[in-house]
Write a protein that binds this ligand. Structure first.
Ligand SMILES: C[S@@+](CC[C@H](N)C(=O)[O-])C[C@H]1O[C@@H](n2cnc3c(N)ncnc32)[C@H](O)[C@@H]1O
Length: 440
């Protein structure tokens, strides 16, 4: 099977099939564009974004029937009316107020709404069901979900079968790497397996009068015949990721990064003593690494220094990220620049080249909050901004050269990922900071 010329399916040792490139793909190139079969906004974005295109214009019109769906234009409203809303509008408020719906966990409510949209669509378009049923079933049978709309043409067993594909196939939709909804993108689900050192990433294009489109972009040059993988969750979840793969997707990841961590065994707990912790941070910054050697770490024949292993403990990464975030926010630039440099060194060890973002695949939603803890490309931009703030506040903890260096790297990494999501965002911030640094 071939998809848009650049990628085809090949048999995989485990997990049915894999997507491989059919030709050389350069970093930043668009591999595949995927239409959404169904999407739903997270509750925090409901009423702030159009329920069809998910853009956030200043004004939205409520559906006059249920007053619970919002649209940016008559076209978006008509599209959704035809697709599913005409089937659910009248029953929607009674359904969401029902005891069965209210008893669901937050992620199940999202699933129930997405499933309801899908079933209403399926009632009139049979191939909608076929496209989902072509996807692999998750590792466990999920419980039945109450849906807003039942039809004699869509059996309860089919509804459960469809839902059993959600957990290991659906995606988190994001703008500037912040979650805004969940969606079903069957082509991407059919194609892409996971790797903790992915060579591609998914982004979302929000355009008027159509549901969001997923674009899968090459993060580095990919030779013909190489498997193309996405990250299903944040690879920085170094201790918990294998358990999540087993429980949510039913596979064991055998990527080079996972093989490396298998080889080194349990990661020692980082020291609690502040002086020892500071020393570890210093060693991490001084550790001679080539830029972005996540791949080299995983394949290098040289043993990794055992005294540095605690830096791979999730608690160490979280605490370093918190220190950086708080210190850069509070203007404690010395602490911010040190923790930021250590975090950058760590990201280079963990992530593959040009990694822009947190995990994007939907089941991660059950485990990982979209708290932007681990953003590799975004971290470069944050470091550049912190260095700039430090310079203009004349505290001498950073220089214009440091800010420029980080900004130039951020430009490369986030430039490869390219524009996505809402109109503002990191590329606009890069351009603003670039102007400031040029005129100074
Ligand atoms: C979204 S699908 C990916 C496409 C899938 N290979 C197919 O043939 O339809 C997710 C499922 O693929 C399999 N899978 C994904 N990544 C894998 C990996 N790194 N190793 C083994 N199986 C994997 C698992 O069965 C997982 O539940």
């Amino acid at each position: 099977m071939s998809f848009q010329d650049d990628v085809e399916l090949a048999p995989a040792v485990s997990g049915r099939s894999k997507a491989v490139s059919t030709r050389h793909l350069s970093a930043g190139s668009l591999i595949v564009s995927c239409e959404a079969l169904g999407t739903v906004l997270i509750p925090e974005e409901k009423g702030k974004r159009c329920d069809t295109c998910h853009r956030n214009p200043p004004q939205l019109q409520k559906c006059s029937g249920c007053a619970s769906y919002f649209y940016c234009s008559a076209t978006c409203q008509a599209l959704q009316w035809q697709s599913h809303h005409k089937k659910i509008c009248k029953r929607f408020n009674q359904y969401t107020a029902s005891v069965n719906f209210q008893a669901l966990a937050a992620h199940e409510k999202m699933d129930a709404l997405l499933l309801s949209h899908l079933v209403a669509q399926l009632d009139s378009t049979a191939d909608v069901g076929e496209r989902v049923m072509d996807l692999l079933h998750g590792p466990v049978d999920p419980p039945a979900l109450p849906i807003v709309y039942a039809s004699r043409r869509v059996a309860g067993s089919l509804v459960r079968d469809l839902y059993s594909r959600f957990g290991n196939n659906n995606f988190v939709i994001h703008s500037h790497l912040t979650t805004l909804g969940h969606g079903i993108f069957p082509i991407a689900s059919r194609l892409f397996n996971h790797s903790c050192l992915p060579n591609a990433a998914a982004k979302y294009i929000l355009s008027p009068s159509s549901p969001p489109t997923m674009q899968v972009v090459a993060l580095r040059d990919i030779p013909p015949g190489e498997e193309i993988c996405l990250p299903y969750l944040d690879p920085a979840l170094l201790q918990s990721r294998q358990q999540i793969f087993q429980l949510s997707y039913g596979f064991e990841c055998r990527c080079n990064s996972c093989l490396f961590f298998d080889k080194v065994g349990p990661i020692p707990t980082p020291p609690a003593d502040p002086a020892q912790k500071e020393d570890l941070v210093r060693q991490l910054i001084q550790f001679k690494i080539t830029p972005y050697n996540g791949l080299a770490l995983a394949t290098s024949p040289d043993p990794f220094p055992s005294e540095l292993l605690p830096v791979f403990h999730e608690s160490f990464i979280t605490s370093l990220a918190e220190t950086f975030r708080n210190a850069s926010h509070d203007g404690e630039y010395s602490t911010a620049m040190t923790s930021g440099a250590a975090l950058l060194a760590l990201y280079r060890l963990i992530y593959p080249p040009n990694y822009p973002q947190i995990g994007v695949h939907s089941p991660g939603r059950r485990w990982i909050l979209p708290d932007a803890r681990f953003l590799a490309g975004m971290h470069l931009l944050e470091l550049a901004k912190t260095a700039w703030n430090s310079t203009v506040s004349e505290d001498n903890n950073a220089s214009i050269e440091t800010a420029t260096q980080h900004l130039n790297e951020a430009k490369v990494v986030l430039g490869i990922f390219g524009s996505e999501g809402d109109a503002d965002g990191p590329l606009v911030e890069i351009s603003t900071l670039d102007t400031l640094l040029t005129v100074i």
